[in-house]
Design a protein around this ligand. Structure first.
Ligand code: FAD
Ligand code: 2HG
Ligand code: ZN
Length: 512
């Protein structure tokens, strides 16, 4: 405890030292110069040939609009060329051509990223993996699946369901995000608590490097200690070190029984007690512990599509906090009994004020739709949402929401001015999603939030990016969570793999 406290103090840059601290960080190799006349007709024609013709090469404004803009509405580039190579070899060849001719490249998967990593900053060439969309093999004995990087997460899961397997990763964007994008962001999601990180479940990768090498690290062995585990470098690299073209993944057995409880809780201290109790009572059956505060629930209930009608799960007992606790396994009676015992204890100990249980079917889907719908409901409110995906010790986990509310409220930004500060997330993994939404764009709000929010997280020994990555949003803020010598080493690794800075410039590492 004392050591952790010391570390967090050591990591916290003082306000005055901050500038020097940031300057002493390593920087990425200088990217190719961006000039709009660089994408000449000659380059377009050569790249078109590499990727197999017109069907895989986009230069018209309508097609490019989707490649240039991100889901949040916050980031927009001006690329003049998007490619959809049909094979891993074509990805590598296109990349080689771009490196040789000084053209910067942005790898793009499903374009659901939340930190502006998958869209160009200027006029970088977009290389989309959408055409690499085949599930190549499923080994029902080992549970190893090999898939192209462009396979949509939900499609991969549906394929695995035929073998009673599942992807050990689930997130609200599953209908659009790609497995290659998931690997490249080291996506966390709703069941990380149970299945852990992609650093553990990815068995192998094939990666196209900036010089055109197609690096075959596509092992399907669960155990493989031959030398450095190079694939780990590309997991979470956000497309700055190579383009993932194929993925070998350890699938998990598909549970035959899934049940969940939505519980209403009066204080945050009791939410922490609920998590401890869930761990103790539910043990190996616990598959998610998600947190939703009242403001998040209200945003979902207020901003619904006409096609979807979600209801407050506990209309008779409104509480400031809620937990969505899921259990899954292979024995329904056993799991039900465990969940019931947990709920009884939570009620007897005065933790849960009210609760409702869903066993599969529509009711379960509705509870999850509320949790997974928060991000989208916020996006529908108005201006682009300020999103902070952070890890914070549970002892002060919710304080960031109350402190932010107080800070903005002091400046006149509160519910009555249409500004909502909400907190939700993967509490079982101490991963808070702090979102600030306003009805209209107002730069003063952004200035009140940053860098205050990063200082707040850093001073508590947290991480400024728990699961979404750094992208372009937080590249220059990396120093709040990583020591300068670590950032310098990252820049050196980048220099080895991509010395000319072709791949995803201005992302992840500070630019010089
Ligand atoms: P993109 O957005 O296209 O790209 C993301 C980054 O990866 C970019 O830097 C891009 O350059 C790079 N990249 C993409 N493909 C490749 C490739 N093949 N090789 C190399 N680099 C590549 N994230 C979570 O972690 N947990 C969640 O619970 C979660 N929920 C979400 C819910 C919603 C509604 C939305 C919109 C997003 C959510 N996200 C979540 C964020 C996002 O879905 C994930 O980061 C996802 O993994 C991105 O995958 P993608 O295919 O869309 O990648
Ligand atoms: C989630 O857990 C996603 O819902 C999105 O990671 C979080 O939009 C966000 O901030
Ligand atoms: Zn999340």
């Amino acid at each position: 405890m004392a050591a952790a406290a010391l570390l967090s103090v050591a990591r916290q840059p003082s306000r005055t030292a901050l500038f020097a601290f940031t300057r002493s960080l390593g920087t990425a190799p200088t990217p190719p110069r961006h000039s709009f006349d660089k994408i000449s007709a000659q380059h377009i024609s050569a790249l078109k040939q590499i990727v197999g013709g017109d069907a895989n090469c986009f230069t018209d404004a309508t097609s490019l609009a989707a490649y240039n803009a991100d889901w949040t509405g916050r980031y927009r580039g001006s690329s003049q060329l998007a490619l959809r190579p049909p094979t891993p070899r074509a990805v590598a060849d296109a990349l080689k051509y771009c490196t040789q001719h000084g053209l910067a490249v942005v790898p793009q998967g499903g374009n659901t990223g939340l930190v502006g990593g998958g869209v160009p900053v200027y006029d970088e060439v977009v290389i989309s993996t959408a055409a690499l969309n085949a599930v190549e093999s499923v080994d029902a004995d080992s549970g190893c699946v090999v898939a192209g990087a462009g396979v949509v997460l939900q499609a991969l899961d549906e394929e695995l369901a035929k073998h009673n397997l599942m992807v050990p990763l689930d997130l609200g964007a599953k209908g659009s995000c790609h497995i290659g994008g998931n690997v490249s962001t080291n996506a966390g999601g709703l069941r990380y608590l149970r299945y852990g990180s992609l650093h553990g479940s990815v068995l192998g990768l094939e990666v196209a490097l900036a010089d055109g090498t197609l690096l075959d690290l596509l092992s399907t062995c669960r155990k493989d200690n031959t030398g450095y585990d190079l694939k780990q470098l590309f997991i979470g690299a956000e497309g700055t070190l190579g383009i993932v073209t194929r993925v070998a993944l350890q699938a998990a057995p598909r549970p035959s029984s899934v049940q969940a409880a939505w519980i209403g809780i009066q204080t945050f201290e009791d939410v922490r007690r609920a998590l401890r109790l869930a761990r103790r009572h539910l043990g190996e059956t616990l598959s998610a512990f998600e947190f939703v505060d009242r403001a998040s629930l209200d945003v979902v209930l207020e901003g619904q599509h006409a096609s979807m009608r979600l209801h407050d799960p506990l209309p008779d007992n409104p509480t400031p906090f809620h937990a969505l606790v899921e259990v899954s396994g292979s024995n329904e009676a056993h799991d039900t009994e465990k969940l019931e015992h947990f709920l009884e204890a939570a009620s007897e100990e005065g933790i849960a004020v009210d609760g409702t249980v869903a066993s599969g079917g529509r009711q379960l889907a509705e509870l999850w739709a509320i949790r997974e719908g928060i991000s989208e409901a916020l996006a529908r409110r108005g201006a682009p949402v300020y999103k902070y995906d952070v890890s914070i010790p549970l002892s002060c986990w919710y304080d960031i929401v109350t402190d932010m509310r107080a800070r903005l409220s002091e400046a006149g930004y509160n519910d009555s001015s249409g500004v909502r500060v909400v907190g939700y997330g993967h509490m079982g993994d101490a991963n808070m999603h702090l979102n600030i939404s306003s009805l209209e764009v107002d730069d003063r709000i952004g200035n009140l939030i940053e860098p205050w929010v990063y200082e707040w997280v850093s001073s508590r020994g947290g991480s400024i990016s728990a699961e979404h990555g750094l992208g372009q949003m937080k590249a220059s803020a990396i120093g709040y969570s990583k020591h300068p010598e670590a950032v310098r080493l990252m820049a050196q690794i980048k220099d080895v793999l991509d010395p000319s800075g072709t791949l995803n410039p201005y992302k992840v590492l500070p630019s010089s």
